[in-house]
Design a protein around this ligand. Structure first.
Ligand code: NAD
Length: 281
């Protein structure tokens, strides 16, 4: 069984991006810029934002994190986004989710210029992705598809089962797999027999948030399994896939941690570079 190394793949991607940023600097005399906005004190979000800022700087991009208190007024945030939309030095804007309850997440996502929407959550990007047009692609599904491509270059005709239908993961993942000519089954909490669905899959993408939901006897021999889940348990961080059991039947499997997670930030940097390049045209 191949343990798909997300850490190493993310490092390779960052190295490529670093070279690209350097050649963009020579060509345009400026570099891509990423602004990340954090509202509140959510401990996990604080770590994510710190890492995003750090990795962006490491590859030579401009990067700033704007940190606001939890009681920030919605209109102040919207005004700030408007200012960043107009700022040529800013190629990508990301508002770290979740937001405090008094702030309307939808309004905030829609306020970001879709050309600077490095998360790929703006309805314009969602629509473009599902229409097969050029768009920003949500970072985690993009990371999953790059990992899949490491194992299997041609996914055409494969049967993929996506577990979870969130806007963040399941739905965009489905679109990416369709683009690769997979036959896709999207499953969710109301799916009648999830085990049965999984057993038919050549590819399983688990993006649920239930520790070790996918068991060894749910997986067809030789399937590729991508585990998006990050679940805190008594035995530490685990994914949505029972790693030990599934590794006995799968052809390839991502570990948690060290699988999809590192790819998410690397793909955010990739999206920022793409937004910068499009802005120069
Ligand atoms: P979400 O809660 O928005 O969506 C979960 C989905 O799972 C829903 O569509 C729901 O219908 C489905 N679901 C729930 N119970 C189910 C069941 N018993 N059987 C089948 N489907 C079921 O979650 P999300 O934001 O998509 O995140 C999913 C997981 O991915 C979480 O563990 C999250 O922490 C993790 N995550 C990881 C990364 C990363 O970088 N690796 C990024 C984002 C999210």
């Amino acid at each position: 069984m191949l343990k798909i190394d997300g850490k190493e793949t993310a490092m390779e991607l960052r190295t490529e991006l670093k070279k690209e940023v350097s050649s963009l600097k020579s060509k345009y005399n400026k570099v891509p810029g990423l602004t990340v906005i954090l509202v509140g004190e959510d401990p996990a979000s604080k770590i994510y934002v710190k890492n995003k800022e750090k990795f962006a700087k490491e590859i030579g991009m401009n990067s700033e994190a704007l940190r606001y208190p939890v009681d920030l007024e919605e209109k102040v945030l919207l005004n700030k986004i408007d200012e960043l939309n107009k700022d040529d030095k800013v190629s990508g804007i990301l508002v770290q989710l979740p937001l405090p309850k008094h702030i309307d997440k939808r309004k905030v996502i829609e306020a970001i210029d879709h050309k600077k929407d490095v998360d790929g959550f703006h309805p314009m990007n969602v629509g473009n992705l599902s229409s097969g047009y050029d768009s920003s692609i949500p970072c985690t599904p993009l990371g999953c598809s790059l990992l899949l491509k490491k194992v299997e270059k041609n996914l055409s005709g494969k049967h993929a089962v996506v577990i979870g239908r969130s806007n963040l993961n399941g739905k965009p993942m489905t679109q990416l797999l369709l683009k690769e000519n997979c036959t896709v089954t999207i499953t969710h909490s109301k799916t009648k027999d999830l085990k049965e669905e999984c057993l038919r899959a050549d590819i399983i993408i688990a993006a649920v948030g239930i520790p070790e939901l996918v068991k060894g006897d749910w997986v067809k021999k030789g399937a590729i399994v991508i585990d998006v889940g990050i679940n805190k348990t008594e035995k530490g961080i685990v994914g949505d896939v029972a790693f030990d059991e599934v590794s006995k039947v799968a052809k390839a499997l991502t570990p948690v941690p060290g699988g999809v997670g590192p790819m998410t930030i690397a793909c955010l940097l990739k999206n920022t570079v793409e937004c910068f390049k499009k802005a120069q045209k």
